[in-house]
Design a protein. Structure first.
Length: 76
């Protein structure tokens, strides 16, 4: 996921009047910028080791999947 975020940040910075800098607080404040993953888990079959997805931040999926166009629109 890190290469995707780096690419999105680079594209946004290319068009923004100011660099976006540390934008994590903006992501928490604007959940519509991400598509939440609320079902599933990352547990290996036959074990209870791992995490389940759910609403909001969760250890399985974080904040969710970035919506590139929404991020670009907000920060540029």
């Amino acid at each position: 996921m890190a290469p995707l975020w780096a690419g999105l940040a680079a594209l946004i910075n290319e068009k923004a009047t100011l660099p976006i800098g540390f934008f994590l607080p903006d992501l928490y404040a604007a959940p519509e910028l991400l598509r939440q993953i609320t079902e599933g888990d990352n547990k290996p079959k036959g074990t209870d080791v791992g995490y389940s997805a759910g609403p909001g931040w969760n250890a399985c999926t974080g904040l969710g999947v970035p919506q590139g166009a929404a991020l670009f629109a907000k920060f540029t």
